[in-house]
Design a protein around this ligand. Structure first.
Ligand code: NDP
Length: 287
């Protein structure tokens, strides 16, 4: 038999989750702070609840899709007793530490808990292109897995409840730094009147050609010796200085490039000028 589900939070994401669960035949009970947002869901066949406690008691599986971690704690803590024995799947974007904190709280209260991270936008929910990461209680994950699979690709990332959020944040960090690359290139090229669109096209082609290089760098990191004779710290220091100078010559700040230079200078100053430049990753670890 299919578990009954509760969805707390009917924003863009919570609404998509509720709709998908309903479409795939699950009994759904919805709760939202602004009650008016429950109406279309009720019309489509969901039950609604006046309070979080009532909503929670209606579902064997409780999805939390509120805005942030603070909202999660604020709304779950008062209903800990009602949640006992039900499985909570937290789809709210959190940091790894926040995920672990909620998992520890849930464990204290006998609540099977799975921490999730959604690598998708609401319109993708229900499609296999939507990638959802989960971590924490593996038994709980396995139990509710068929339900999670209706939302998208369900990937179990590990027992550490923080690891789904960690992967989410790591991938978002990569995206952020990549997009900053577009910003820098566009800022430099528009000083000569080149449109952002034209530069973006150039950047896209260049990055696509360079992408395989990422795995080569990863192999050096995994090797751990940083002595493959590839591009060295000293070579790269010279290169990055040229990028910074070029930017400033054009009247463009080089703030986005400076952190890279800083890390390379630290390595050179500690006698690693001959190392593979990717050794900067060792400088990132906070001791
Ligand atoms: P929305 O802003 O659309 O919805 C926010 C939800 O949180 C609403 O249900 C809102 O209720 C509720 N809420 C906000 N403040 C409070 C409060 N003080 N008390 C009670 N409820 C509150 O956000 P999304 O649905 O887009 O996002 C929900 C989660 O999903 C976030 O953690 C987000 O990071 C994550 N996510 C979203 C993605 C997206 O593309 N949208 C992608 C991946 C993850 P009300 O209707 O009353 O305002």
């Amino acid at each position: 038999t299919q578990p009954s589900t509760t969805i707390l939070g009917l924003g863009a994401m919570g609404s998509a989750v509720a709709a998908r669960l309903r479409e795939t035949g699950y009994a759904t009970t919805v709760w939202n702070r602004t009650a008016a947002k429950t109406e279309p869901h009720v019309q489509a066949g969901s039950n609604t609840a006046a309070t979080v406690a009532e909503a929670v008691r209606a579902g064997e599986l409780v999805f939390v899709v509120l805005l942030d971690h603070a909202r999660v704690r604020e709304h779950l803590e008062p209903v800990a007793a009602d949640l006992k024995g039900r499985t909570v799947v937290n789809l709210v974007t959190t940091t790894p530490g926040q995920g672990r904190e909620t998992a520890a709280w849930a464990a204290e209260h006998g609540i099977p808990y799975v921490d999730g991270a959604i690598m998708a936008v609401p319109s993708m929910i229900g499609d296999t292109s939507a990638r959802l990461l989960y971590s924490g209680d593996q038994h709980a994950f396995n139990t509710v897995r068929p339900v999670l699979e209706t939302l998208g690709t369900a990937e179990y990332a590990g027992e550490d409840p923080g690891v789904a959020s960690l992967k989410d944040m790591a991938l978002l960090s990569a995206m952020d730094l990549m997009l900053l690359g577009y910003v820098q290139a566009i800022a430099m090229m528009r000083t000569t009147g080149t449109s952002a669109a034209d530069t973006a096209g150039e950047v896209e082609a260049w990055l696509a050609a360079m992408l395989p290089h990422g795995r080569e760098l990863a192999a050096i990191v995994d090797g751990g010796t940083y002595d493959t004779g590839g591009q060295s710290v000293d070579f790269d220091r010279f290169g990055i200085r040229s990028l910074i100078t070029a930017s400033r010559e054009q009247g463009v700040r080089a703030d986005l490039l400076e952190p890279h230079q800083k890390l390379l200078e630290e390595l050179a100053a500690t006698g690693h000028g001959d190392s593979d430049w990717i050794r900067i990753i060792e400088r990132l670890t906070i001791h």
